[in-house]
Design a protein around this ligand. Structure first.
Ligand code: SF4
Ligand code: SF4
Length: 380
């Protein structure tokens, strides 16, 4: 039976985080021995240039506590990610500075990854991504720790330990993958392939301050006060998502993991250590507006259902009063359907694949998600 460890942690106070995280990891039997003397990459979630207070990126207090824990085990620690946008030294430096990672490295002496090379690897365990490009650093360390943030996600409903590993795909290649896997289940198949390749030795979720609503970047910060850890990223996601009111059968990566026989998504198959989950009472997170709720499934023939669901899909819309014409949405659109016209983004909605990367990566939250009026009438 897989173990998931949960510890309460009310704030990002250094001492409190140090104590809670150490306890959280110590409760997982045998993990210390696996980490001892290793060269370790902390795969943090640095989606975009955001300050720690925005609750978009893994908080530096949690990362610093993890680095210190590993250094006590004589590990050589690297921090890295390939955030949205180009994977360049300049972009990394700016994001490391904003997210507090530069300070973590200064405080602890650990290394920030500035190697922007990629490696072409074979993935024997994959169903779809038998070969893929990954950031080179993951091929040069002994083991990887996924350090995710507890958030909702426009395309995948929820983002935690498994989805965090999409950041091992270098820079703009992520957009190609989005385009090739232009529906949620296909995308989830690829995310599970990536997770199976990376095979993190440990996964941590920073659930002290999470994000609900239109995550992973434009949602609302929500205090949860928990740190969670497990050797199994699927078990960890099952527990973390349940705590915020999202069942495993609503999360495409968990649906795929169950279909492949990797993990059932059943809480009863998880041994929870530390805080008793029954004592955790978090009102359910607000779900993202981009979720495509199928309310005709089984009521009409499949081809009619497909046509209807296609017509009723939520869509990205721009608020030109907030937009600063930076063009990030246009550059990050996998389908290349956003044109900058007179400095303002304009979408060809017929060709839009609804990946919501434009919503995710807009630095000004100028991309909203609009549901079809029928959804608004039915579900409000
Ligand atoms: S919508 Fe956002 S990302 Fe796109 S140009 Fe405007 S500010 Fe930039
Ligand atoms: S317009 Fe936005 S949602 Fe549509 S394909 Fe481009 S990035 Fe994805």
């Amino acid at each position: 039976m897989q173990s998931v460890s949960i510890e309460r942690c009310g704030s990002y106070n250094e001492t409190e985080v140090d104590l809670s995280l150490s306890k959280c990891i110590d409760q997982i039997q045998g993990v210390k021995e696996k980490l001892q003397n290793k060269k370790v990459l902390l795969k943090v979630n640095l989606l975009m240039k955001k300050n720690p207070e925005d609750a978009v990126t893994t908080h530096p207090a949690v990362v610093e506590a993890m680095v210190k824990y590993l250094q006590r085990l004589n590990c050589d620690v690297y921090i890295g990610d390939s955030p949205g946008g180009p994977f360049t030294e300049r972009a990394l430096k700016s994001i490391y500075n904003a997210s507090g990672m530069t300070k973590v490295a200064e405080n602890t002496g650990c290394k920030l990854n500035f190697d922007t090379n990629s490696a072409h690897v074979q993935n024997e365990k994959a169903k779809m991504l038998k070969q893929m490009d990954v950031i080179d650093i993951i091929t040069k360390v002994d083991c990887i720790i996924s350090m995710a943030k507890l958030k909702t996600h426009g395309m995948m409903t929820y983002t935690g330990a498994v989805k965090n590993l999409f950041g091992v795909i270098p820079g703009l290649i992520k957009a190609d993958y989005h385009l090739k896997m232009n529906n949620t289940i296909n995308f989830a198949e690829h995310l599970v392939d990536i997770c199976e390749y990376v095979s993190p030795v440990l996964s941590i979720i920073d659930g002290i301050e999470g994000m609900e609503g239109d995550g992973p970047s434009a949602g609302i910060k929500r205090h949860v006060g928990l740190l969670m850890a497990s050797e199994n990223p699927y078990a960890l996601d099952t527990v973390a998502s349940n705590i915020i009111g999202i069942k495993a059968n609503m999360i495409p990566t968990m649906i795929v993991a169950k279909e492949r026989g990797i993990f059932s998504g059943d809480l009863n198959e998880i041994h929870i250590v530390g805080t008793d989950i029954k004592t955790i009472n978090i009102p359910p997170f607000i779900l993202p507006k981009s979720m495509n709720i199928n309310f005709v499934g089984g009521m009409v023939p499949k081809f009619v259902e497909n046509i209807l669901m296609n017509r009723l899909r939520p869509k990205p819309v721009f608020d030109y009063n907030i937009c600063v014409s930076c063009g990030d949405c246009s550059r990050s659109c996998p389908a290349k359907v956003i044109d900058m016209k007179s400095g303002k983004p304009v979408i060809d909605l017929d060709k839009c694949i609804r990946c919501f990367c434009c919503h995710e990566l807009c630095p000004k939250k100028a991309v909203d998600i609009k549901q079809h009026w029928i959804y608004e009438k039915v579900f409000k």
